[in-house]
Design a protein around this ligand. Structure first.
Ligand SMILES: [Zn+2]
Length: 95
C-alpha cells in the first residue's frame, strides 16, 4: 500500500548506499572532507539506517567531547585513537 509506494519511489529517486559504502566515507564525513554529493548520500543513509545512525550519533558525541569541550581539551594525538577505535569497530562489526 502506501509503504510499497514509498519504497518504490525511494529506490528510483534515491538509491541508498550500503552500510559498507557508508563506513568507507564515514571518517571523511566526520571531518567534513566529503563532497556535497557524498555528504547527501551519507545523510540519506543515516536517515534510513538505524544501525548507522546510532553509530554516527555515538561517534559524534565522542568526537564532540574530545574536540569541542574545553573541560576535556584533549590533544589530537589522544582523540585520533578514539576515532580509530570506533572506526575499527565499525569495520569489524556484524555486516
Ligand atoms: Zn547503514
Amino acid at each position: 500500500m502506501a509503504l510499497a509506494a514509498f519504497r518504490d519511489e525511494r529506490q528510483e529517486s534515491n538509491p541508498m548506499i550500503t552500510c559498507e559504502e557508508f563506513f568507507v566515507e564515514f571518517g571523511d564525513y566526520l571531518e567534513n572532507q566529503v563532497s556535497p554529493e557524498v555528504r547527501k548520500e551519507l545523510e540519506l543513509h543515516l536517515s534510513q539506517c538505524r544501525a548507522c545512525h546510532v553509530l554516527y550519533d555515538s561517534t559524534c558525541k565522542t568526537v564532540k567531547i574530545v574536540t569541542e569541550s574545553g573541560s576535556f581539551d584533549l590533544p589530537k594525538s589522544v582523540s585520533d585513537p578514539i576515532i580509530d577505535r570506533v572506526m575499527a569497530r565499525l569495520r569489524t562489526g556484524p555486516s
